[in-house]
Design a protein around this ligand. Structure first.
Ligand code: SAM
Length: 360
């Protein structure tokens, strides 16, 4: 690959070369490069998934961010350009529900020329309307969350009375628009939808789409997480393999979130995301930009780093680079690896930020 070298200026020092594709010398305290940026474009969602935005907390009185606090498309695109300069080569738009952000295809159009692998995670509820426009604007791929094919289970999980059929239509629209293969995320929660794991595998195998099972995580501080509710990925692979034999597939790249398995009969593959039972902090190369412009280096973080004040205070691109580089270099988080050593008291003292705000 032809590596473009982008000079990064540091105050009072000569330019340090940073490779566009490998993150150059920018490594955190554990030697991890920065490659993947998730951008939460809104903290709002039209679903109230019980494991993410429980209705009891995110109710009519909940104070979502005011418009003025939210990064504009221009601000997001400017920051994204700085990140790409550091070697970030994958950008995921997420939320909240990203397609609730008015004019989102316009942002896609502004980010596409950066040349990163540009993707989006959605609950699929408005995809029928948006799929073609997103593709035309330069979106490469899409992930749709669908926790159950069973109507009653799905409605119980999304708590928004939203039907399965509409999400399936959205997946079809994305596929027809050329955003395929579609990745389908299924969060598995014991006693809620875990009996549907094999059924979901049976439904999606052979379609070309990739079903990914996500372990129920203790993100945020409101979803009442308990270890007992987690179905380990190893169990999911075992259950599916008993009916449809699976074999492991090599990771596509270092730091890939999902562990890949393929059906031995050639009918496609699945992924498992095991952030609870097989933490992958060691390879974590992700940054998260919150809806209001704070930078988080961990999904389970308690605090972010304010970039919006810099942006709105007239910072130059060099200032932004210096700040981002300093945040990344200081990074030493590895929450999932030390989760079990964290006591309830510590959790209560410093609550984690919600996933809808920093982006799933
Ligand atoms: N609204 C979009 C959606 O539904 O995909 C994007 C945001 S959502 C926070 C991103 C992903 O995070 C979804 O696939 C969702 O299922 C997953 N997620 C949210 N809370 C989770 C939790 N506690 N454990 C595991 N996955 C979770």
């Amino acid at each position: 690959m032809n590596e473009k070298v982008i000079p990064i200026r540091h105050a009072g020092r000569a330019s340090a070369p940073v490779s566009r594709h490998d993150g150059g010398k920018l490594a955190d305290q554990l030697g991890r490069p920065m490659r993947d940026l998730r951008i939460s474009v809104t903290d709002r969602c039209n679903f109230r998934c019980t494991y993410c935005m429980p209705r009891a907390v995110f109710d009519a009185d909940y104070q979502f961010l005011p418009q003025a606090a939210i990064l504009s498309f221009e601000e997001i695109a400017r920051l994204a350009g700085v990140f790409v300069g550091f070697g970030v080569h994958k950008i995921r738009l997420t939320g909240g529900e990203p397609l609730l952000r008015k004019g989102l295809p316009k942002l896609v159009g502004m980010l596409a020329p950066l040349g990163a692998d540009l993707t989006l995670t959605t609950n699929g509820s408005t995809l029928v309307k948006h799929a073609r426009e997103l593709k035309a604007a330069g979106l490469k791929r899409i992930t749709v969350s669908l926790d159950s094919l069973d109507e009653a289970t799905f409605r119980a999980m999304n708590d928004a009375d939203f039907p399965v059929a509409k999400v399936l239509e959205g997946i079809g629209a994305a596929s027809d628009a050329g955003l395929s293969p579609v990745k389908i995320n299924m969060v598995v929660r014991r006693g809620v939808n875990d009996q549907q794991v094999v059924g979901a595998a049976a439904h999606w195998r052979g379609t070309g789409h990739v079903l990914r099972f996500i372990e129920f995580m203790d993100v945020g501080s409101t979803n009442g997480w308990r270890m007992d509710d987690v179905i380990p990925s190893a169990e999911i692979v075992r259950r599916i393999s008993e009916r449809f034999p699976l074999e492991p597939v090599d990771a596509g790249y270092a730091g890939e979130v999902a562990e890949r398995w393929r059906y031995q009969d050639g009918s496609g593959e699945i992924g498992v995301i095991s952030s609870v039972t097989q933490a992958f902090c060691r390879d974590c190369n992700r940054m998260r930009l919150s809806t209001d412009g704070s930078l988080y280096t961990c999904l389970f973080a308690q605090q972010g780093h304010d970039l919006k004040s810099l942006l709105r205070g007239g910072a130059s691109d060099d200032d932004l680079r210096d700040t981002i580089a300093a945040v990344w270099r200081a990074r030493e988080d590895r929450y999932s690896e030390i989760r079990t050593a964290i006591t309830e008291e510590m959790r209560a003292r410093e609550p984690k930020v919600e996933m809808s705000y920093i982006g799933g």
